[in-house]
Write a protein that binds this ligand. Structure first.
Ligand code: F6R
Length: 612
């Protein structure tokens, strides 16, 4: 987690850094800070959000054309002013920002303390900058070389940027396990944890590789090398991201904007891939691995959180369409339980950010054991796509709200396309069924536009339940993962306790919770176990629970039983998750807004979970 941004060049650094921090605030928001060189090394940091830092630096000296900045999600030490980044070295001549964890910081710290170093914070990062200065002083090395030598003593994950009073045109950056992008300007360099702070200044970027460091000096070419001191040739890439995607565009929150963007984001996921005229799905990124996937003995979907829910939908899709057995695994469990993995397994890693530490570690492990690893990620150039053998990007566009919405529906869309492609190749579904499903998938964005028209009604229902203490979400088959996702959305942004359950499991425990205070959200479309769901709704009503049902347009049976019904268009059973998810996202959103919660930045969360 944590967001880092740095600049060296001709422009004033502060406005670039502070704007960059706002763009990266989704990565962590418990404290932030900035250090700017201007003869002196001015360092300001504050507990709280980036705008608290902005208030703090008002009337302070923020001049300078080189600087580093950080927004934090606490790992070592509480979120307070001292633990906020940047950190000074012992003599206060150097400053550092860091995203990641230095695992051997305790032994390094003891060693430095024995040599007279005094620390002001509880962080691992401060240890690293003291170590760099210690090496510089003792071995009489320049800044870049001292950083390099220090990094060879460090175990752990890092993306760091370091500046020094004595080398005032130079920014040293390095990466291992945490993301880092360098933007190449005309006479300047921009550095950030992702491309969002960079895109308005330059589109030419380098995504750093693990074990690399760079020396960025105003007016000079970049020097890229390994921390083992081998010079690397930079690989420049062009950013395609649009700036509009990074703004709220008139919506009150990013989350609401992203919910409403879903017709577009799903179209983007399908663009050029779902070819109705030819009757095919073409996923260029995985063509080479099509046979491997078709002949897989087993598919493992590995993910965390919302992406794991997308994987569950994927399990139903792949097993129904391709008849290949699928297992869906929480990355954090999978990586620590010595799972059986063979060369005939195909792992599909699903991740919006492409940076989730557990997912990354799990696929590294599966790769070592010989499995083929495919990725479904949203953030281009992130770590997971670079660790996989092949994959497809979701192309949902930047998702800035911490609660995932459009990324989920794009992941499900991509999984549907993948399953259809394999099923068609294998012949596990008929040509006519394949074409029928392609047509149905193609119609989904328009159908989501229809669902979004329920917005005002969903808001009215939300008002009635905003003070609930608990909520239960029920679904069967394809809609069981939708129930899980609905519950996760509600709890993470409104802090109401919510649980998702397979509807039939209600009788085995959760039914005991039901009383007149308990909203039960039931996904009950006409296709897929409808009669069974009707019985489940009756069971809830018999216990005086309040039922909010998601039903197919025109449904009358559930309407007569439920307290509220929200209609979705009639779609193929296997596509219902794509439309049924939308009202649940809106419901959570409005409840959170009505409870005055910070919808885009819920407490304790961060969008990229780069620590395990
Ligand atoms: C929930 C949410 C998280 C993420 C999870 C995995 O709204 O956003 O549960 O889904 O942290 O993140 P990615 O998909 O980036 O691997």
């Amino acid at each position: 987690m944590c967001g880092i941004v740095a600049y060296v060049g001709d422009k004033q650094a502060y406005p670039i850094l502070i704007k960059g921090l706002h763009r990266l605030e989704y990565r962590g928001y418990d404290s932030s800070g900035v250090a700017i060189l201007n003869g002196k090394l001015n360092l300001y940091k504050r507990k709280g959000k980036v705008n608290q830092l902005e208030d703090f630096v008002e009337n302070k000296d923020i001049n300078g054309t080189i600087g580093i900045a950080h927004t934090r999600w606490a790992t070592h030490g509480q979120p307070n002013d001292e633990n906020a980044h940047p950190h000074f070295s012992q003599n206060q001549d150097l400053a550092i920002i860091h995203n990641g964890i230095i695992e051997n910081y305790v032994s390094l710290k003891e060693e430095l303390i024995s040599r007279g170093h005094k620390f002001l914070s509880e962080t691992d990062t401060e240890v690293l900058i003291h170590l760099i200065e210690d090496i510089q002083d003792n071995e009489k090395l320049d800044l870049a070389e001292s950083v390099r030598v220090a990094l060879n003593q460090v175990v752990g994950a890092y993306a760091i940027a370091v500046i020094s009073k004595d080398e005032s045109n130079k920014l040293i950056v390095a990466k291992n396990g945490s993301p880092m992008v360098i933007g190449i300007g005309d006479n300047d360099f921009y550095v950030a944890s992702d491309a969002t702070p960079i895109v308005e200044y330059t589109r030419k970027v380098i995504y750093m590789e693990d074990g690399e460091m760079a020396i960025l000096e105003k007016g000079k070419d970049i020097i890229l090398k390994s921390v083992k001191n081998i010079i690397h040739t930079p690989y420049f890439q062009e950013l395609t991201m649009s700036l509009d995607a990074l703004e709220k565009g008139g919506y009150e929150h990013f989350m609401l904007k992203e919910i409403f963007e879903q017709p577009i984001s799903i179209r983007e996921t399908m663009r050029g891939r779902l070819r109705l005229g030819q009757g095919i799905v073409n996923l260029g990124g995985i063509t080479e691995y099509k046979n491997k996937l078709m002949n897989a003995k087993r598919i493992l979907m590995i993910a965390c959180g919302t992406s794991w829910h997308a994987g569950l939908v994927g399990e139903y899709l792949f097993e129904e369409l391709t008849r290949i057995p699928v297992e869906v695994e929480y990355a954090s469990e999978f990586r620590y339980r010595n799972p059986i993995i063979t060369e005939d397994d195909v792992v599909i890693a699903i991740s919006q950010s492409g940076e989730t530490a557990d997912t990354l570690a799990a696929i590294k492990m599966a790769k070592e054991k010989g499995a083929t690893i495919l990725g479904i990620c949203n953030v281009v150039g992130s770590s997971i796509p670079r660790e996989t053998h092949a994959g497809s990007y979701t192309h949902a566009g930047p998702e800035i709200g911490v609660a995932s919405t459009k990324a989920f529906t794009s992941q499900v869309t991509l999984l549907t396309m993948m399953a259809l492609m394999i099923a068609h190749e294998k012949g596990s579904i008929t040509n006519s069924r394949h074409q029928q499903l392609l047509n149905a998938l193609d119609a989904i964005p328009n159908q989501i536009e229809e669902v979004l028209k329920t917005n005002d009604f969903v808001k009215e229902v939300a008002l009635l339940y905003k003070d609930s203490k608990n909520a239960l979400y029920l679904g069967r088959g394809y809609n069981f993962p939708v129930a899980l996702e609905g519950a996760l959305k509600l709890k993470e942004i409104s802090y109401i306790h919510a649980e998702g359950y397979p509807a039939a499991e209600m009788k085995h425990g959760p039914i005991a919770l039901i009383d007149e205070q308990m909203p039960v959200i039931v996904i009950a479309p006409k296709k897929g176990h409808y009669d069974k769901l009707v019985s489940n709704i009756q069971e809830v009503k018999a216990r005086k629970g309040k039922v909010i049902a998601i039903v197919t347009k025109g449904d009358t049976e559930v309407r007569n039983m439920a307290d509220h019904v929200i209609e979705i268009p009639e779609v193929e059973e296997l596509l219902v998750p794509l439309v049924a998810t939308i009202p649940l996202q809106l419901f959570s959103y409005y409840i959170a807004v009505m409870r005055d919660c910070n919808v885009d930045q819920p407490r304790n969360l961060a969008k990229s979970v780069t620590v395990e």
